[in-house]
Design a protein. Structure first.
Length: 56
């Protein structure tokens, strides 16, 4: 149970960071913002699990 809580917290934090970076890129290039955001969005789930296993 603790592992899932750690994972959910990491994912929430990571998605806010991905959103912020995506919005920042959108100021310079609207075309690049979606691919960058999507790559980061899915990477958060993958790397978030690996980090949660180490932490939890």
């Amino acid at each position: 149970m603790r592992l899932m809580v750690v994972y959910i917290v990491i994912v929430i934090i990571g998605e806010f960071i991905a959103y912020g970076i995506g919005r920042g890129v959108e100021m310079f290039s609207t075309t690049l913002s979606l691919p960058i955001f999507l790559a980061m969005f899915f990477s958060v789930f993958f790397f978030g699990w690996k980090l949660a296993v180490r932490v939890g």
